[in-house]
Design a protein around this ligand. Structure first.
Ligand SMILES: [Zn+2]
Length: 270
């Protein structure tokens, strides 16, 4: 038994994949209608970061339409009124987040657990505060230009803004065939920018290019976080011959190159 060889055991995305694609769009403006329709047409999944307190702006989608419009995507918080929160008293930041969560949750009848920092503003204290407010991750503005997974979910940087050479980056992502790493392409922006810059063609071409690839997991931001949390809860024997999945969802691993699904609540021999 002790002489058993050591296996290389890797975490995989659902289905045994090693690539995921996600989007994050802020502010809930009317142009989200066109963007969501495009995502739906091509099977893309995204996260929409919304301010429940900005109610009278005619450029924004009314909250009464959130549930229907964003169905199949994630609704996340962007704080209640979009302040620059690193300048705000911390207790007021807490109110901005909780009030936003509560109104968004009432609109969609589901928990809201993600956040994009409004104006990209945050601080070490705010990063510590957010988990206590039921927030599980937060997106920043600077981007990495790369396809790695984040070290810190509360300073989650995207790969690129959609104006940063999106189509070439999409080609680079599709061309990656090495499977040593989990690859994530994460695109962020504001849908109204496509109108401002008259470049809807960029996102239309990108979605067409990226659609329907068997090897890509199309996921919202929170689905990626929740899946990685479930993966991190797997319980392996030291010998690496058995694994128990205490979560409700399936988790996929690769053991010496063999892909294995571990259904929720089960023990699997590997
Ligand atoms: Zn914003």
């Amino acid at each position: 038994m002790l002489a058993q060889p050591i296996k290389n055991i890797y975490t995989c995305f659902p289905g045994g994949r090693h690539k995921a694609l996600t989007f994050s769009y802020d502010d809930g403006r009317e142009e989200d209608r066109r963007l969501v329709a495009l995502f739906n047409q091509y099977g893309m999944r995204g996260t929409f970061n919304l301010n429940a307190g900005i109610k009278t702006d005619p450029q924004r989608v009314p909250m009464s339409e959130y549930a229907a419009l964003y169905k199949g995507h994630e609704i996340a918080s962007h704080t209640y009124l979009h302040p620059t929160i690193s300048r705000c008293p911390l207790d007021q930041v807490a109110r901005q987040v909780l009030r936003d969560r509560m109104e968004l949750e009432e609109a969609i009848a589901a928990p809201v657990r993600g956040l994009a920092y409004p104006n990209g503003s945050y601080s070490p204290q705010i990063m510590e505060l957010l988990p206590m407010l039921g927030i599980r991750y937060a997106r920043v503005v600077p981007t990495t230009g790369s396809f790695g997974m984040p070290d810190n979910w509360f300073a989650w940087a995207g790969t690129c803004h959609h104006n940063q050479d999106l189509l070439n980056r999409g080609d680079q992502f599709l061309a990656r065939h090495k499977t040593q790493y989990l690859d994530l392409m994460y695109v962020w922006g504001h849908s109204y920018e496509f109108t401002t810059h008259d470049n809807w063609q960029v996102i239309e071409d990108f979605c067409a290019k990226m659609a329907g690839h068997e090897g890509i997991w199309y996921a919202t931001n929170i689905e990626i976080v929740d899946y990685m949390d479930a993966a991190n809860r797997l319980q392996f024997t030291a010998a690496g011959d058995r694994v128990y999945n205490p979560s409700a969802c399936s988790v996929w691993i690769e053991a010496d190159g063999k892909k294995v699904e571990i259904p929720g609540g089960t023990m699997v021999n590997i």
